[in-house]
Design a protein around this ligand. Structure first.
Ligand code: SF4
Length: 249
């Protein structure tokens, strides 16, 4: 493969990731019948908890608390008891009660469809806000959770530990994200980070992005080319503003 143009790289990256994602799609209860509320709850439950553990409790939780009002009206003890099987129950219940209070009292009981307002909710970081936008509202938004940022850092060769590095990775992600098919793209990236580009041992031999990846490629010249291209994509410009504007609509 010759050194591609940035446009070719973006197109190829999306195509390969989405195809892989569709073929390896993971069924989880929170991926069915999605609403902004259900996505928000799933993401809050998934904080510091495995998907397997949340998978066992998610439907019971949604049955007991079908909407944000039901959490708002419930006592702290009721919410805490529903969290017991997942651990960290005092902390989670406190946070969820605070989120419910903010949504009901500040936003009239509607989960806001705006990234900045979502991020104003207690404990809602960039990646939870992005998941609610993309999976809940169907609007293009990046989901920069720890796994996704790790994958992107390996793919681009951009370090992920400084805030400068992180901003560059966000910018790359925003440019890679397609407007159509952003849900498939986001699911695929999350699943790739969980199964192939794993924290402890990336399985590059199974990866659809291998020859688009600085870490995975085995040709030094191509590595340099990819590094340059991703560096270019990491510059913040109007594309970032465009995605932000889309999120607000
Ligand atoms: S090629 Fe390897 S390092 Fe790169 S994204 Fe795939 S698994 Fe991760």
């Amino acid at each position: 493969m010759e050194c591609p143009t940035p446009e070719e790289l973006v197109t190829e990256f999306r195509k390969r990731l989405i195809e892989w994602g569709r073929a390896n799609y993971e069924e989880w209860p929170w991926r069915k019948d999605r609403t902004p509320y259900k996505v928000l709850i799933a993401e809050l439950l998934l904080k510091r908890t495995t998907r397997q553990a949340v998978g066992r409790e998610y439907n019971k939780f949604i049955e007991k608390f079908p909407d944000i009002e039901s959490i708002y009206r419930a006592s702290f003890e009721e919410v805490r008891d529903a969290f017991r099987p997942l651990g960290l129950y005092n902390q989670r219940a406190k946070q969820l009660k605070e989120v419910a209070r903010a949504v009901v009292e500040q936003y009239g009981g509607e989960i806001p469809d705006d990234i900045d307002r979502l991020k104003s909710l207690p404990g809602v970081a960039d990646y939870i806000a992005g998941a609610v936008m993309s999976f809940g509202f169907g609007k293009p938004a990046i989901i920069p959770d720890a796994n996704v940022i790790r994958v992107l850092a390996r793919v681009t060769g951009i370090e992920r530990w400084s805030s400068r590095g992180k901003l560059k990775l966000y910018a790359v992600l925003e440019k890679l994200l397609p407007e159509d098919g952003h849900e498939d793209f986001n699911y695929a990236l999350l699943d790739l980070g969980g199964t192939v580009c794993r924290y402890d041992r990336p399985r590059c031999f199974k990866c659809p992005l291998r020859d688009l990846c600085v870490m995975g490629h085995n040709d030094e010249e191509m590595k340099q080319c990819l590094r340059r291209l991703y560096k270019k994509l990491g510059k913040r410009d109007s594309v970032h503003t465009k995605v932000k504007e889309q999120n607000k609509r």
